[in-house]
Design a protein around this ligand. Structure first.
Ligand SMILES: Cc1cc2nc3c(=O)[nH]c(=O)nc-3n(C[C@H](O)[C@H](O)[C@H](O)COP(=O)(O)OP(=O)(O)OC[C@H]3O[C@@H](n4cnc5c(N)ncnc54)[C@H](O)[C@@H]3O)c2cc1C
Ligand SMILES: NC(=O)c1ccc[n+]([C@@H]2O[C@H](COP(=O)([O-])OP(=O)(O)OC[C@H]3O[C@@H](n4cnc5c(N)ncnc54)[C@H](OP(=O)(O)O)[C@@H]3O)[C@@H](O)[C@H]2O)c1
Ligand SMILES: Cc1cc2nc3c(=O)[nH]c(=O)nc-3n(C[C@H](O)[C@H](O)[C@H](O)COP(=O)(O)O)c2cc1C
Length: 696
């Protein structure tokens, strides 16, 4: 055989790498780009793969003088960013662009023109962390040696041209309240940028997010218009999207999206990598009811990820992509007068090249509403104001204007009655359709439907191809409210469970979910999912002791932890003390996984200790905190042996109370002041000895 020279080897290596890359495309390496394949959305939107990541260039190209950046996990900050962009345009004539923080680079912000404006709308997550799409942005500004295109260091005020405004979304029940906006504001001012108006902070914990936002933005607009010399004009509604009905097309045409999330799904061949833009349509392997109490439901589901290339490790989250209930889809379409046209094919196109179409088209009104728009959430006061001009009569318009402008009245008539947008419109017009509302306005004014996260309740060590979830079915009745709020996703899961169990009418509460999905693609029974990795992790050394606190569904990840440690013990590994504090209402009604704990005890022996608190069995409430106090001395000893401490479940009350109780216990049993106890707990958090997986 002829000898290979160096050039031959290089050529062969390049060919080999190219071939590997081609055949593993989408499997081992991500193909980022537009999640909607070659839908109309492709011609719109912010920076896409191959497009410029230079925001200044982008603004110049599109003739924009204001960019509204958002850092959002579940869509609220994104929604606020769109609202600010629209308002800036309609009231002040700003040419605005909404930008996902992850689509751009920030080294050239030192060249940001001084007659333009940057807006930052930033949600905070976890231990005061950025949202997934803001990680790189935050790392860039937070770095010690941040440097910009012109080479200036922090001391040279490199951002002295940049004028900005900032609003943060947070929840005061978390320790690091609104730390994203606070820190970003600090970094920007330190770099010489000028903030216009105050930095706003919205508080989800107090339930005042929307009102905080509304209260912040008026003085902000005053400051912006003064600084940029803008004149306020009468706001006129201008649609962002062009909706074109296509009578020549049929809903069954194979180019029409009937709820498929992107082109691969439309073409029937789902392809990885599966992620927040591209769900895996996963088979539900098993589903069971965990409560014996017939008035509430809690589902255990086993979701197969075999063959998907998705992976998880114990402590991660799975996201479920919901479908809206048919009952609410019908209401929404009726209210808009679109029932008859629900299966008409439409295209949705941004009227401005920078407008991001939130779902693929051509589609139908039915599919857009059922699969892509968050129609059941509480309606916002600002949106009610905007909708007023499209009222079907003058009387209704007067009422809408009042609701939109009077905060207390809105609270009494809308918030206190848990109304979503179509419930409100239906009540106000007595069922008469609001035919003047442009469909574009509904797409602009409502949030894109959001996947819901669940703490995985299985161990990847025990079952790497099957993910378990433990989900309590949401149902909220309120005196004076005309409807019961039925959680979108959990009632969908309940319907899927009923179908799997062969119930003749898998239709909880008449919600009428489209269980088989678009073109029957979810039949058999499937649900769209993706996995989100978390930092909520067992110690890598199983001999380390752990203490877990998880009342109600907060026990979900701890079932996984205990399952893992029991399997490790069975496999002969040295497993340390495993202490679980669990609480529920009544041991006979909602004791989750009651039959499993004994089996784990058999495997772990005396190393597994479970303390239970039942809140509704006797005259007094017994909570996990009471049990923690009862066993405080042992707990403190374990913590001194560097036990890991975990809390999961309700962020608003339980997790906070456990945090302060622990500080008190440490203070008492180590004979130090309460302040010192608090400092020790803080240090435990900083070193990951104390970990939380909480939601509210
Ligand atoms: C990291 C993380 C982990 C989680 N893990 C779990 C878990 O393991 N198990 C679990 O059960 N849950 C878990 N959750 C909660 C879960 O993600 C969902 O929020 C929950 O299941 C409700 O979803 P849903 O779609 O059924 O309800 P939604 O429709 O989203 O409603 C949720 C709540 O919003 C409010 N709401 C909705 N519509 C209205 C309205 N019109 N008016 C007024 N209020 C309204 C109500 O309070 C309602 O309960 C977790 C959340 C996070 C962030
Ligand atoms: N946002 C969401 O979508 C969502 C979804 C699921 C759960 N959650 C939250 O997660 C928590 C668990 O929900 P769940 O339905 O699984 O359980 P749950 O049945 O509401 O509560 C579990 C146990 O915790 C007790 N409890 C109530 N307040 C407590 C406190 N301050 N400290 C300690 N224990 C307390 C309850 O007692 P009593 O009820 O008898 O007082 C009950 O015994 C709830 O707080 C719920 O709000 C939120
Ligand atoms: C799991 C989780 C963690 C959170 N962590 C924090 C936090 O550390 N600090 C804070 O101020 N808010 C925190 N929040 C509140 C969010 O910032 C708030 O709900 C915000 O409205 C979410 O915006 P988004 O929908 O754009 O993602 C948290 C919310 C969740 C669900």
């Amino acid at each position: 055989m002829a000898q290979l020279d160096t050039l031959d080897i290089i050529v062969l290596a390049v060919l080999l790498l190219g071939t590997i890359a081609y055949f593993t495309k989408g499997t081992y390496w991500a193909v980022y780009g537009d999640p909607y394949g070659n839908s109309l959305a492709n011609s719109n939107g912010a920076a896409k793969a191959g497009k410029s990541r230079n925001i200044i260039e982008k603004m110049e190209e599109a003739d924009k003088n204001c960019v509204v950046f958002y850092g959002s996990q579940t869509g609220t900050a994104e929604d606020y960013a769109s609202r600010l962009a629209k308002e800036g345009h309609s009231r002040f004539g700003l040419n605005t662009l909404v930008a996902d923080l992850e689509d751009y680079d920030y080294e050239n912000l030192d060249k940001f023109p001084d007659d333009k404006l940057a807006v930052f709308v930033l949600a905070t997550y976890g231990e005061g962390e950025p949202t997934d799409n803001a990680v790189e942005f935050y790392e860039f500004f937070g770095s010690e040696d941040v440097s910009f295109s012109e080479g200036g260091s922090a001391d040279d005020s490199p951002l002295s041209n940049l004028k900005y405004v900032a609003f943060g979304l947070g929840n005061n029940t978390y320790e690091h309240y609104n730390s994203m906006v606070r820190n970003v504001d600090k970094y920007l001012t330190k770099l010489g940028a000028t903030r216009l108006g105050a930095a706003g902070e919205g508080d989800d914990g107090a339930g005042t997010m929307e009102e905080d936002f509304l209260a912040w933005k008026e003085p902000m607009w005053t400051a912006v218009s003064e600084a940029l010399g803008l004149e306020e004009r009468e706001a006129v509604y201008e649609p962002v999207f062009e909706i074109t009905e296509k009578p020549e097309m049929n809903a069954e045409d194979d180019t029409v999206y009937l709820g498929e999330p992107n082109k691969n799904h439309l073409e029937g061949s789902q392809k990885g990598p599966f992620n927040a833009n591209n769900p895996f349509i996963a088979p539900i392997a098993e589903s069971t009811e965990l409560f014996t109490d017939k008035t509430r439901n809690c589902l255990h589901m086993e979701i197969s990820i075999a063959g998907s290339n998705l992976s998880y490790t114990t402590g991660d989250h799975i996201a479920i992509w919901p479908t809206n209930a048919g009952k609410e889809v019908d209401r929404f379409l009726n209210v808009l007068g679109l029932s008859e046209k629900r299966h008409t094919v439409v295209t949705v196109k941004g009227l401005d090249p920078t407008a991001k179409v939130p779902f693929p088209s051509p589609t139908t009104y039915d599919a857009a509403v059922r699969y892509h728009i968050e129609i059941c959430a509480p309606v916002s006061r600002q949106f009610v104001s905007t909708l007023a001009q499209f009222s079907p009569s003058e009387d209704i318009k007067t009422e809408m204007v009042k609701l939109g402008s009077d905060k207390d009245y809105f609270h009494e008539k809308v918030i206190d009655r848990n109304l979503n947008v179509s419930q409100l419109l239906e009540i106000l017009s007595n069922g008469k359709p609001w035919t003047s509302i442009p469909f574009s306005l509904m797409i602009e004014g409502l949030v894109k439907i959001q996947p819901r996260y669940y703490s995985i309740s299985s161990s990847s060590y025990v079952q790497k191809d099957k993910i378990a979830i433990t989900a309590v079915v949401e149902s909220i009745e309120k005196p004076g409210a005309p409807h019961v709020v039925k959680g979108v996703t959990t009632n969908y899961l309940l319907a899927l469970k009923q179908k799997q169990h062969g119930e003749p009418h898998p239709d909880p509460h008449g919600l009428n979910y489209a269980i088989v999905g678009p073109r029957n693609k979810y039949d058999g029974i499937h649900v769209p999912v993706h996995v989100r990795h978390s930092n909520f992790k067992l110690p890598s050394d199983p001999s380390k002791p752990i203490i877990m606190v998880g009342p109600g569904t907060g026990v979900a990840p701890f079932r996984a932890f205990v399952q893992e440690r029991a399997a490790q013990a069975k496999a002969g590994q040295n497993v340390g003390k495993t202490v679980l504090f669990f609480g529920c209402r009544n041991r006979n009604h909602d004791f989750l996984y009651v039959k499993e704990w004994d089996a784990y005890k058999d495997a772990l022996g005396d190393n597994f200790i479970m303390h239970t608190a039942f809140s509704r069995e006797g005259p007094n409430k017994v909570y996990v905190q009471h049990k923690i106090e009862e066993y405080a001395e042992e707990l403190n000893k374990l913590l001194e042996q560097k036990a890991y401490f975990y809390v999961c479940g309700d962020a608003a009350n339980m997790a906070r109370e456990v945090n302060s109780l622990l500080a008190k216990i440490i203070s008492k049993h180590r004979n130090v002041s309460e302040t010192k106890g608090e400092e020790i707990v803080k240090a435990m958090r900083a070193s990951n000895q104390y970990q939380e997986d909480v939601w509210s």
